[in-house]
Design a protein around this ligand. Structure first.
Ligand code: ZN
Length: 452
């Protein structure tokens, strides 16, 4: 049995009661948490254990990213001053030249940065599948395995090209039939329903303005027949509201509900423009929201009503969103952004650092349907753990280590564990060579740009 003990640290469990141990320990054995508590670990657990001295550290559950487009790691810094629809229109031609090789390189780079910012579970939404592009979902699965993070990949799709009234060019979309067949194939090939799964697949048509009603409806039926989750973008911008009013005579929420798209097996990216009736429908159905504050600010989309969502009981997780609208790609940073944005929208008491940490951990676990396995530090759960160093000059003197993480600079990681395996040690990725990843990303980015 391999056993690891982290002790002398401030442990924030994010359990139901918000238990914290200012001088506590966590013990991991065979990939699971076996003990969490005050003081040092039991003598009986110490034999043959690796002991990590957590002095000056904050220990939290690993962070859970609920929305990303990993391939966009190659297309950062484009359309820097655009709102969503103009930004999409500028980037579709580039994205429609992506393939499995380029996506794998992008995904590895993006996931390395996610891991270095405390993320142990990566949600991805890939929806551009050019003809002849190879096994793109497979390339993302491989990259996650290389970096060592847990993956919730989604097989996305677009079938509503510009000639039919959609936003993407016809060259960037698939047929409805092909998208459904490929979604089923991705689930059959890569989805692992087991409780300690490193790879899960969900089905994720892209958005109301890039997907037909037929694809949305049939994707819902397919996902439920395969017992996997559903994901899409919803209520991101006022332009999307206007599009849905013009084309469907309904709000995005009414449109999606009519197509079978509200439920506790569904999570939506953004939810910026949800009104009161929509929030009530999300709450009543258990529909989750991936809150992406930096991306929403980058594209001037607005600030999501997170306080109202939480008060209504809607599951809310955190997401970086694609790197083309969040060049940072660091999930840890989004905790602070969530605090700041909520306060700008609804006042200083609408979001504490601890609230935002809960969204980033248990909130994300609920959104992905994995709250019994990950998201908190409790015996029996998978050992996905972040050990943040909060005693350096950036944080020294901040008496509350949770404030150091949630209000201060992003702290470096002393350790990051995924299923008990060390992925980051002393702020360095140990599973892959970061210098080589950086070189590969730079080359792939140029190579993609040259395809235009
Ligand atoms: Zn997105």
């Amino acid at each position: 049995m391999t056993r690891t003990i982290i002790e002398n640290a401030h442990v924030v469990t994010v359990d139901e009661r918000g238990t914290e141990y200012p001088d506590g320990h966590v013990v991991v054995a065979d990939g699971r948490i076996v003990s969490v508590g005050p003081g040092r670990a039991d003598q009986a657990l110490r034999t043959d254990a690796e002991v990590v001295d957590g002095r000056g550290c904050l220990v939290t559950p690993g962070l859970i990213n609920t929305h990303h487009h990993l391939y966009q790691w190659l297309t950062r810094g484009y359309a820097q001053d655009s709102i969503l629809f103009d930004w999409l229109t500028a980037l579709y031609p580039l994205w429609s030249r992506i393939d499995a090789d380029l996506t794998g390189t992008a995904a590895a780079g993006a996931m390395a940065v996610l891991a270095r910012s405390g993320c142990t579970t990566v949600g991805d939404h890939h929806y551009v599948f050019p003809r002849g592009g190879g096994d793109i979902v497979g390339s993302i699965v491989d990259a996650a395995s290389t970096v060592g993070v847990r993956l919730h990949a989604t097989r996305g799709s677009m079938d509503l090209g510009a000639s039919q009234g959609g936003l993407p060019p016809d060259s960037a979309v698939e047929t409805t039939v092909a998208a459904l067949a490929a979604s089923q194939e991705a689930v059959e090939r890569y989805h692992d329903p087991s409780p300690d799964a490193m790879v899960r697949i969900a089905i994720a048509p892209c958005s109301p303005f890039s997907v037909t009603a037929d694809l949305l409806r049939e994707a819902g039926v397919l996902a439920r027949s395969l017992d996997v989750r559903l994901h899409t973008h919803a209520s991101e911008t006022v332009e999307e509201d206007a599009y849905c009013a013009e084309h469907f005579g309904r709000t995005p929420t009414q449109y999606l509900e009519d197509l079978g798209w509200l439920g506790d097996d569904v999570w939506m990216a953004h939810g910026v423009h949800l009104d009161e009736p929509a929030i009530a429908r999300y709450a009543a159905t258990g529909t989750g929201v991936a809150h992406c504050p930096s991306s929403n600010a980058r594209l001037a989309a607005g600030i999501a009503p997170v306080r109202a969502l939480l008060d209504a009981g809607v599951p809310v997780g955190l997401g970086v969103d694609g790197a083309a609208s969040n060049e940072s790609g660091q999930l840890g940073v989004e905790i602070r952004e969530a605090v700041l944005m909520a306060r700008l929208r609804t006042g200083s008491e609408s979001m504490s650092a601890r609230d935002a940490l809960r969204i980033a951990t248990m909130g994300g676990a609920r959104v992905l349907g994995r709250h019994h396995e990950i998201g908190s530090l409790e015996p029996g759960k998978l050992a996905d753990i972040a050990v943040w160093q909060v005693d350096r000059v950036e944080h020294a003197g901040i008496l509350d280590p949770v404030a150091a993480l949630g209000l201060g600079a992003l702290p470096p990681l002393k350790r990051l564990y995924v299923g008990g395996r060390t992925v980051v040690s002393d702020a360095t990725l140990v599973t892959a060579d970061e210098t080589r990843l950086a070189r590969a990303v730079a080359a792939a980015s140029v190579s993609l740009a040259e395809r235009l």
